[in-house]
Ligand binder design. Sequence first.
Ligand code: PAF
Length: 280
Amino acid sequence: MLIARSIADLRQALAPYRHPAFVPTMGNLHDGHIALMRLAKPLGDVTVASIFVNRLQFLPHEDFDSYPRTWEADCAQLQAVGCDLLFAPREADLYPQPQTVKLHPDPALADRLEGQFRPGFFVGVGTVVLKLFACVLGKTGGTAVFGKKDYQQLMVIRQMVQQLALPIEIVAGETCRAADGLALSSRNGFLSLAERQEAVALPLALQQLARRWREARNPGPALEQQALDALRARGWQPDYLTVCRRADLQPATAQDAPGTLVALGAARLATTRLIDNLEF
Ligand code: PAF
């Protein structure tokens, strides 16, 4: 596996290829990332991963400084899964000057859910992903793979690619889960043993919300409120537990058909904020 630290080195390494398959990450890789790499592998003539902890997508009080950085282990895993090229720019390479040109995703999609509770998050994500796309896929186009775990992020990126006519195909990978059903996430590492056992209450709450929504004669916000109250009663601080239309992530109504919906949740357990979702 080649490692490119600068944009110039990356472009040189990519010169012989016509269709890179790209998996952007912030490192601290787990089986979910590795599954995305496996998905990417047959989709291009070179498999590229990036590791860059993007300051722009963290709010000032968030965990940018403590975000886990596990360089050696990440490289070993990428090597083992057959990654050809790792782009790991230093901050000064990707943001040599303050990034004043930014991507502002459609507020109708990006200012709700994660965007409501983490204002500016999708400006940071959109800006870095567009810049990573320019670096890795800018010359040839190609394929980029994102996980459904970050459902809204996936939709924001799809919309960006579509509306800016970028020559990039976006492929979605299913969420990888631990044996008890907790979605794999870099932030799971922040949980104590007791919190880790409790953490499965989030996917269970989404399953219950989806089941009740399917079974109700007139499903609506009261079911979401019940789900929020139940998590609060267990000591969580939920930001949202809600049912949306998959097509545009707008609130679902009783008229929306099952099979077109997604339940999404974000909640803090002690100091760790977890997100998850369930299509139904
Ligand atoms: O999902 C992530 O890890 C990040 O948001 C991404 C897409 C790599 C952008 O920093």
